[in-house]
Design a protein around this ligand. Structure first.
Ligand SMILES: Cc1cc2nc3c(=O)[nH]c(=O)nc-3n(C[C@H](O)[C@H](O)[C@H](O)COP(=O)(O)OP(=O)(O)OC[C@H]3O[C@@H](n4cnc5c(N)ncnc54)[C@H](O)[C@@H]3O)c2cc1C
Length: 491
C-alpha cells in the first residue's frame, strides 16, 4: 500500500557519476518521494574500456563507492553492486532487479555522452513498460543542456556569449545545494532488503563491493587512495575548503605548474564526489554573490567552471562529438600523421622538449596534469608533430583521473583548432617560450626530469646534449610552419 506521505513505497537510486550523498538531485528526490530506498551501482567494464576509461579512473570510482556505501549505511540505504559487461545489458538487469525487489520508481542523474543517453532511454522504455516510474535529473551541470539558447533558439557555439547567457539564467534561478537524504526508518520486522540476490545468467547482485573487476586493476581501492588522491566526498569537501583560502589568487597564479594554485577538484567533479553547485556556491559566497566582477581570482575560477558547462552542453547539442568527429568538419581533410614512434616518445615524456616531457611524466606519475601543460603538450602533438588529436584524446582518457569525455574532447579540439571557439590555427604554442614564461626557474621541469636538474635556469628550457636525456625528436619550428600551411590550405 502506498503511504500518504510518500508517492512511492520503494525506490531505487541508480548511482553513476554522482558518487555523493549531499546535493545529489536524484538521491534527494528518492528520499523525499519514497518510503524505503535502496541504491545500486552497475559496473560495465567492457563499455568503459571501449570508452578508453583507464585503470586509475576506475580504481578511483570504486574507492569513492566504498566511502559512499559507508555514508549510505548510516542512513539505512543499502548500496548494491552488480557487474555486467556492457551498457546494452543494463535495461534487462534493471528490469529483473526492480521486479525482484518490488521497486516502484527508479531515480538517476543524467549522463550526456551519446552511448550513456541511449542506455538511459532504453532503461526508461523497458522499466516504464513494466510499471516502474523512471525519473532522470539534470545534476551534472548548473543548467540542463539544451536550456541555454541564442535569441533564435540555437545552441551557442562561442564561449563568451554562452557564459553571459548562462550567468543571466543562473542569476534568475536558484543554485542552492540540497541536503543529504533523510535517515530511513528501519523496517518493522526482519531484514527488508536482501544482502544479495542471484539473478538470471549467473549474475549476482551484492551489497559487498568487489576487490577486483574484469578488465581493470583496482587493487588500490581498499586504501581509498589512488595515486596519492584520497577518494570520496569527504576528501572533496576538504579540498574545496582548502581551495577557498587560495581562490582569490587564482587568476594571477593558476598558470604556473610549480604552484599548487588551482583547485585540483577535477577528479571529484568528474566522479561526482562534489557537485558543480557546491563549487559555484563556495565562490559566490566569497564574492558577495557576484558571478563576474568582484574579486578577480574568484570570477576567473567561476569562468573556468563554466568552460566545463560549455563543453557538456556542446556534447548534447552536437552528437557527432561523441563519434570521434571534429566540430569543424573541414578539418577532417588534414593529413594527420600516425607516427607511432613519435607518439610513444610523447606518451613517455621523451620528446627532448623539457616542458612537454615534464608534463607527460606528471600525467604518468600522478594521473593528473596542470591545465597550462595540457594545452602545451596537446599543441606539441597536434601542431608541431601534426599527429591526429584523437590519439592524444585517447591517451588522456586512459591516464587522467579526471578523464571526462566532454572536457577532454573540448580541450583537445580547442588546442588542435578543430573545435568550436578553438585556438586560431596560426597561434601555435611555442613550447620553449611557454616554458620560460610559466616555469621561469625550471622548478617544475627539475621535479619531473632530475636528469636536467643541474642545468642553469636558461639552459633548462632548451638543453644542450645532456647524458640520459633524449635529443629533440622533431624540428619544432618547421613543424609549426607546416601545421599553419596545412590549416591555411583547407578548402
Ligand atoms: C587537452 C586538454 C584536455 C583536458 N581534459 C580534461 C578532462 O579530461 N577532464 C577535465 O575535467 N578537464 C579537462 N581539461 C580541462 C582542465 O585542464 C582541467 O579541468 C583542469 O586542469 C583541472 O584542474 P583543477 O581541478 O585544478 O582546475 P581549476 O583550474 O581549479 O578549475 C576548476 C574546475 O573547472 C573546470 N575546468 C577548468 N578548466 C577547464 C577547461 N579548460 N575546460 C573544461 N573544464 C575546465 C574543471 O572541472 C576544474 O576542476 C582538459 C584541458 C585540455 C587543454
Amino acid at each position: 500500500m502506498i503511504s500518504r506521505q510518500f508517492p512511492f513505497e520503494r525506490g531505487l537510486m541508480w548511482f553513476r557519476s554522482d558518487l555523493r550523498i549531499y546535493d545529489n538531485s536524484a538521491l534527494y528526490r528518492a528520499s523525499t518521494h519514497c518510503k524505503e530506498i535502496a541504491s545500486i551501482f552497475i559496473a560495465c567494464p567492457d563499455s568503459w574500456k571501449l570508452h578508453n576509461e583507464g585503470d586509475v579512473l576506475v580504481a578511483f570510482r570504486m574507492a569513492c563507492l566504498h566511502e559512499l556505501q559507508a555514508q549510505l549505511q548510516v542512513r539505512n540505504i543499502p548500496l548494491y553492486f552488480l557487474e555486467v559487461s556492457t551498457f546494452s545489458q543494463v535495461p534487462q538487469v534493471l528490469q529483473e532487479i526492480t521486479q525482484r525487489l518490488k521497486i516502484d520508481a527508479l531515480f538517476a542523474n543524467a549522463e550526456y555522452p551519446l552511448n550513456e543517453q541511449r542506455r538511459d532511454n532504453a532503461v526508461r522504455d523497458v522499466l516504464t513498460k513494466s510499471g516502474v516510474e523512471v525519473e532522470y535529473f539534470s545534476d551534472r551541470t548548473l543548467l540542463p543542456p539544451g536550456s541555454v539558447r541564442t535569441g533564435s533558439g540555437d545552441p551557442y557555439k562561442v564561449f563568451t556569449p554562452f557564459k553571459r547567457a548562462l550567468i543571466q539564467l543562473c542569476a534568475e534561478s536558484e543554485t542552492k545545494s540540497l541536503p543529504a537524504p533523510r535517515k530511513i526508518a528501519p523496517p518493522d520486522k526482519g531484514a527488508y532488503w536482501p544482502k544479495w540476490l542471484a539473478l538470471s545468467e549467473g549474475k549476482k547482485l551484492k551489497q559487498k563491493m568487489p576487490g577486483e573487476l574484469s578488465q581493470y586493476t583496482i587493487n588500490t581501492v581498499e586504501t581509498g587512495v589512488v595515486k596519492g588522491w584520497k577518494a570520496g566526498e569527504k576528501a572533496a569537501q576538504k579540498r574545496l575548503k582548502v581551495f577557498s583560502g587560495l581562490v582569490s589568487k587564482y587568476q594571477s597564479e593558476r598558470d604556473f605548474p610549480s604552484l599548487d594554485s588551482t583547485s585540483r577538484l577535477s577528479p571529484y567533479l568528474n566522479c561526482g564526489a562534489i557537485s558543480i553547485r557546491q563549487c559555484v556556491n563556495m565562490a559566490l559566497n566569497l564574492n558577495q554573490g557576484l558571478w563576474q566582477g568582484g574579486n578577480n581570482g574568484i570570477a576567473c575560477w567561476i569562468s573556468e567552471l563554466i568552460w566545463r558547462e560549455f563543453y557538456t552542453h556542446l556534447l548534447v547539442d552536437f552528437p557527432r562529438l561523441s563519434k570521434g568527429e571534429p566540430f569543424k568538419e573541414i578539418t577532417d581533410q588534414i593529413p594527420w600523421s600516425y607516427n607511432e614512434d613519435r607518439f610513444a616518445c610523447w606518451s613517455r615524456g621523451e620528446t627532448g622538449v623539457p616542458i612537454v616531457d615534464a608534463a607527460m611524466r606528471q600525467l604518468n606519475e600522478t594521473a593528473w596534469m596542470h591545465n597550462r601543460l595540457r594545452m602545451i603538450v596537446a599543441s606539441f602533438l597536434t601542431k608541431n608533430m601534426l599527429i591526429d588529436w584523437r590519439w592524444g584524446e585517447r591517451y588522456f582518457m586512459q591516464h587522467l583521473l579526471d578523464a571526462d569525455f566532454a572536457s577532454n574532447n573540448g580541450g583537445w579540439q580547442w588546442t588542435a583548432s578543430t573545435g568550436t571557439d578553438a585556438a586560431p590555427y596560426f597561434r601555435v604554442f611555442n613550447p620553449y617560450s611557454q616554458s620560460q614564461k610559466f616555469d621561469p626557474d625550471g622548478t617544475f621541469i627539475r621535479k619531473y626530469i632530475p636528469e636536467l636538474s643541474s642545468l642553469n635556469n636558461k639552459e633548462i628550457h632548451n638543453p644542450p646534449p645532456t647524458e640520459g636525456y633524449p635529443k629533440v625528436i622533431c624540428d619544432v619550428s618547421a613543424g609549426r610552419q607546416r601545421a599553419i600551411e596545412v590549416f591555411a590550405n583547407l578548402k
